[in-house]
Design a protein around this ligand. Structure first.
Ligand SMILES: Cc1cc2nc3c(=O)[nH]c(=O)nc-3n(C[C@H](O)[C@H](O)[C@H](O)COP(=O)(O)O)c2cc1C
Length: 345
């Protein structure tokens, strides 16, 4: 049995800060991009709680960005907050055309001054794969992934360019080692691997063994593992058991935005802060609501908050009643009434 101080030394060695280009990510626990969720309001909540070494936006269509820019000299809604908010911040983009991605990457690096440009090679949604031949569709051709990364790296320099992938497109075509090597060879600054294939969608569990097999095949860049992490202990365990330089958390961070803070403490061998009380969680939800309404107004904000509110209540006693009722709110009054009355206590 190790003493607390031994535990502390052992765990702090487990999770050294990681480098993405010249950026130091400490702790090496990253907040994942999630379309429809990781907007400015969510990022602010996570930022206020602390513990995420790097935060990411939702994925942004590079083609859509250029169209909006050409037509209205505007930028996509999904870039809400990006210009002003604290750094470090990664913006994720998707497309299959190197020139389109390079043009948007350069804009993000120069005009938006983002810390990292991340390219999506993992999205399994039909709209992105079959229709737009992008996201995880591209995993079938590691050289093509390499060509895209090389072009974006050239356009964004010195801003680092990273990539997020899955293990492969199907169980029969697991090729994450080849893809990760192509990304490294093309000048990518880090690779994040979600331990499922595109075919898996979210079925089964993430295969962390497969993720860690990539590590010895990379020479220079950090490997960030992703999939199914839902607790501070889970994060410590991932570093202990698998050869990864960092971890990324997505879904669990929606119902527990304080998980990053807990993971950070656990990795340092410090006392893990308890979950906020229910009253504190309710306040957090209301602060989230305030930020969303500031941007979208009360009516649209109330509709948008339905899904976030359901996440906050997830897994708690009384969550079902709350979810049923909050999923129907249309106005500020209704939202506040349901939160006051039904948010789990
Ligand atoms: C609602 C939702 C939206 C997502 N959107 C994105 C996205 O925009 N870009 C991306 O790379 N991955 C996206 N993902 C995948 C997550 O980033 C992550 O890889 C996946 O959820 C596994 O991690 P987890 O088990 O911690 O949730 C999304 C996942 C969910 C559930």
């Amino acid at each position: 049995m190790s003493s607390p101080s031994e535990f502390s030394t052992a765990t702090s060695r487990l999770a050294l800060p990681l480098r993405i280009g010249s950026l130091v990510i400490d702790p090496p626990v990253l907040q994942a991009p999630m379309a429809g969720f990781t907007n400015y309001a969510y990022r602010q909540i996570v930022r206020q709680l602390g513990g995420a070494g790097l935060q990411a936006t939702e994925m942004i269509s590079a083609r859509g960005f250029l169209e909006i820019d050409a037509r209205d000299h505007e930028f996509p809604d999904r870039l809400w907050g990006v210009k002003e908010e604290p750094r470090p911040l990664a913006v994720q983009i998707w497309d299959n055309d190197p020139e389109t991605l390079a043009a948007v990457g350069a804009k993000l690096a120069r005009e938006f001054r983002v810390s990292v440009v991340d390219i999506n090679f993992g999205c399994p949604v039909k709209q992105v794969t079959q229709k737009a031949k992008s996201g995880s569709y591209l995993l079938q051709w590691p050289e093509r992934v390499g060509r895209i990364v090389a072009r974006v790296v050239g356009a964004c320099h010195p801003t680092p360019v990273t990539a997020k992938i899955r293990l492969g497109s199907t169980r029969d075509a697991i090729n994450a080692i080849d893809v990760a090597q192509a990304i490294e060879g093309a000048g990518g600054a880090a690779v994040t691997v979600h331990g499922r294939t595109a075919q898996d969608m979210f079925r089964g569990s993430a295969d962390w063994q497969r993720i860690s097999e990539i590590k010895p095949r990379l020479k220079r860049i950090p490997l960030i593992g992703n999939g199914d992490l839902a607790s501070a202990e889970g994060v410590v365990e991932a570093f202990r058991r698998y050869a990864v330089d960092g971890v990324m958390i997505a879904r669990a961070g929606l119902s527990k935005p304080w998980l990053f803070r807990q993971a950070k403490a656990a990795l340092r061998g410090e006392i893990v802060p308890p979950d906020p009380t229910n009253a504190e969680q309710r306040e957090m939800l209301l602060e989230h609501y305030r930020l969303v309404c500031e941007r979208f107004g009360q009516d649209r904000g109330s509709l948008l908050m339905r899904k976030y509110a359901c996440c906050y209540a997830q897994g708690r006693r009384g969550a079902r009643t709350f979810r049923d009722n909050v999923s129907r709110v249309r106005t500020r009054e209704e939202f506040l009434e349901v939160v006051q009355r039904d948010f789990p206590r």
